[in-house]
Write a new protein. Structure first.
Length: 330
């Protein structure tokens, strides 16, 4: 597991910083078992649907791409010119079941790369890094584990391969029931890690929101045992506790604003807008099933960006630019 050191406290007068990260990956059935043969990337031909919005707001997103995207023309070509024009950053996103070398049994447990033997996790990420360099001309230095699947060896592997920014922490979610890591006690603030504390963790933006305070996790977990009576929704409406993420997938604009205000008031100044590349085309991911869903999905971008840049005087940044800025504040 990446060393969870105390968060790096940013100056309270620093404008809130927005990072956009897209898990850029192949198409597969989210409700089915992992399948090594599912490597299509046809949704990438529609990536301009979100890139045009980023361009409109002056946002440089980070596309964290996996092996099927990095190794096929259908995945490379839609991003290559955007990258050459300095309109995006490219990071690495490891889906181990579709990344060579294919030595492990495909299972739910093994879809979390951090569960693999160190040599295999290292080999897969090295292959991915090298493939991205071959396709885009530069080695990536930003990493986001597929399924947020970091493990006990991930930190040393990232350091060995020259990565210096990680985006894999996903507070406040606990994935242990499926074999993954537990982020339920993690914070949404960046922190330094690595041998010399020269690597930066930029978590996904998520939190337990409500007046329950330190009891939020316990109350939320208990409410999940009462889903049949819609207890989590009742607690959210009563503002007791709600688990929110800064994502257009499964959350609406009211959620985004509520979460941002809550974290900002706690001193958080970095916010990560997260989504999957497959959501840009109806039917490719569970969040966008129709053209109407797509319109609502894209509208959430503009609504949140208008709020963030106008109401909160926020600024757009990138993982690498944020790291350079925070290094000056150490």
């Amino acid at each position: 597991m990446i060393s969870n050191t105390p968060p790096f406290k940013l100056p309270s007068d620093l404008p809130p910083q927005l990072i956009v990260v897209i898990d850029t990956e192949e198409e597969f059935d989210w409700s089915a078992k992992a399948d090594r043969n599912k490597t299509a990337v046809t949704a990438m031909q529609h990536i301009d649907r979100i890139q045009n919005i980023f361009d409109e707001y002056g946002i440089i997103p980070c596309y964290a791409i996996d092996y099927p995207v990095a190794s096929q023309p259908e995945g490379i070509e839609p991003l290559l010119q955007i990258y050459k024009d300095n309109r995006c950053e490219i990071g690495a996103h490891l889906h181990p079941w579709v990344s060579p070398p294919h030595e492990e049994v495909v299972s739910s447990y093994n879809t979390y790369a951090g569960n693999l033997p160190r040599d295999l996790e290292l080999a897969k990420l090295q292959e991915l890094r090298n493939q991205i360099e071959s396709s885009f001309g530069n080695r990536p230095t930003t990493y986001k584990a597929g399924r947020y699947g970091i493990g006990p060896n991930t930190e040393s592997i990232l350091e060995e391969l020259g990565f210096d920014v990680d985006l894999s922490f996903c507070p406040p979610v606990d994935y242990r029931a499926d074999g993954g890591p537990d982020f339920s006690d993690s914070l949404a603030e960046p922190f330094w890690f690595g041998t010399n504390n020269n690597m930066l963790e930029i978590p996904v933006t998520g939190a337990f929101v409500g007046w329950a305070g330190s009891a939020s996790k316990r109350i939320y977990n208990a409410s999940n045992h009462l889903k049949s009576v819609k207890m989590p929704g009742i607690l959210a409406k009563l503002s007791v506790v709600d688990r929110l993420m800064l994502s257009p997938e499964g959350f609406d604009t009211a959620d985004h604003i509520k979460l941002t205000k809550f974290l900002f008031n706690q001193g958080v100044r970095t916010f990560t807008w997260s989504l999957h590349s497959t959501s840009v085309e109806p039917g490719m991911a569970p969040y966008v099933r129709s053209k109407a869903d797509l319109e609502k999905f894209l509208d959430k971008f503009r609504r949140f960006f208008d709020f963030f840049f106008s109401d909160y005087n926020g600024v757009a940044t990138t993982p690498t630019l944020l790291k350079k800025r925070l290094e000056k504040l150490k």
